[in-house]
Ligand binder design. Structure first.
Ligand code: FE2
Length: 429
């Protein structure tokens, strides 16, 4: 007797019409025509079964705060940081918990199974840290939440940031973060990268640093991050988030830089929705797009995962916890339009980001955790094209969210028929 069998699934590796059996929270078989009884059975009807979406970059302490105390008028990163500074003193731990739980419920329903969230440590009360540590426990049944200690106002620029960042790590925050481009000088930025990487090395932690999130072609913090990762033996445990200045850098310099990032085993996390909105704001025309060099990083062998970064907060008024929106935007801005490139964009919001976060047991294969989603699409490219509807979300072998397929009844010349945009070859189906 299995806990769950999913029948007739298409998989992300291209196999079609296979069954998936789960027991005790694990996938115990992935093969054609599994027989036997199950407590629950889902007919996937040939739709895509994928491991859950993974969001490697988010700010859960700020999410769903839009309009409090006001909205961002200029649309710049710097006004967003200023606005967040106005919100911090007037929000309570309970406010943050309530907003974060609302977000996690939505995210899980949208098929996100793991989130890496930065949490601001430039607050002597560490309200965000207290709140998100509690939320991390509360949402365990629906998703994995990994927290990054993030000195938003600058490790060296803010007088108590160092002390508070270390306190946050001692309270149980998982990863060391930073924001070198917000320090007062380029040399302070480099020093903050060195100090934070040393803290991570001493504590055996991963690093994920906001790095060069500007249009400044001379910003050099990813170079320092790669250097420190290599010097301290942190290969494979370090990520650079945003990296938008790379868009504006001199091509000759980038031809040296990208191999250094690859050599240091540093991962890259672009955030397409947010950076297409925030960057280039000081340009007239032509306007720079401000997304890092995704194709070139990927082609150099660097693991690239797309993050969502924000939803309804001081930096971004939109968002709906949809990693397919993120992949869709990253694909367009990066002009990743070949079949292979589009297919890869799906990996950038699933398996690549799982690798960056160090998730174990991830995948739809025998022995993996029984965590997966069913999308109303036949394959990965169709999933991105449609920003496909989530038909079911399974976590630890249990169905935690389900929905009916979306079809439309269209009436024309007195007759009506069903339209299913995922099955246009069979529109009456
Ligand atoms: Fe961010």
């Amino acid at each position: 007797m299995f806990d769950l069998i999913v029948k007739n699934a298409n998989l992300t590796d291209g196999r079609i019409g296979v069954d998936i059996a789960c027991n005790s929270g694990k996938i115990v078989a992935v093969e054609a025509n599994i027989s036997g009884e199950a407590r629950d059975t889902i007919d996937a009807e040939g739709y895509l079964v994928s491991p859950p979406f993974v969001d490697p970059h988010f700010h859960m302490d700020a999410t769903l705060s839009l309009g409090t105390p006001r909205t961002n008028v200029s649309g710049t990163l710097l006004e967003g940081i200023g606005l967040w500074g106005e919100l911090k003193p007037i929000q309570s731990v309970d406010d943050i918990i309530e907003r974060a739980l609302n977000y996690c419920d939505l995210a899980a329903a949208k098929g996100i199974g793991a989130i890496r969230s930065h949490v601001d440590t430039c607050d002597d009360e560490l309200k965000g840290v207290q709140a998100l540590l509690e939320v991390r426990e509360k949402v365990k049944d629906i998703l994995d939440l990994q927290l990054v200690a993030f000195p938003q106002d600058g490790l060296l620029r803010d007088p108590t940031a160092m002390e508070n960042t270390i306190r946050a790590l001692e309270m149980g925050v998982d990863v060391v973060g930073g924001i070198p481009h917000f320090e007062r000088t380029m040399s302070d930025g480099a020093k903050s990268v060195r100090l934070l990487c040393e803290i991570a090395e001493q504590r055996g932690l991963m690093v994920d640093m906001h790095c060069d999130e500007s249009d400044d072609p001379h910003s050099r913090h990813i170079e320092t991050l790669a250097y420190e990762a290599q010097r301290l033996g942190l290969q494979g445990r370090v990520a650079g988030s945003h990296l938008t200045s790379m868009h504006s850098m001199d091509n000759y310099y980038v031809s040296k830089l990208i191999p250094l990032i690859a050599e240091a085993g540093v991962h890259a996390i672009p955030n397409p929705l947010i950076n297409i909105m925030l960057q280039g704001r000081h340009d007239t025309y032509p306007k720079r797009r401000g997304q890092t060099r995704v194709r070139e990083l990927r082609d150099a062998g660097i693991t690239v995962g797309f993050g969502s970064d924000c939803m309804m907060d001081p930096w971004y008024s939109l968002g709906k916890a949809d990693m397919l929106d993120v992949a869709f935007m990253g694909l367009h801005v990066g002009q990743l339009s070949s079949r292979a490139d589009m297919d890869w964009c799906f990996d950038a919001v699933t398996v690549n980001s799982a690798k960056i976060m160090g998730l174990s047991g991830y995948g739809v294969a025998k022995g993996c955790d029984a965590n997966f989603i069913i999308l109303q699409a036949d394959d990965k490219i169709e999933a991105i094209r449609l920003r496909a509807h989530r038909l079911a979300v399974v976590r630890h072998g249990t169905i935690i969210s389900k929905a009916h397929p979306i079809t439309h009844t269209i009436s024309r010349r007195g007759s009506s028929r069903l339209v299913n945009e995922a099955r246009l070859e069979n529109p009456s189906g």
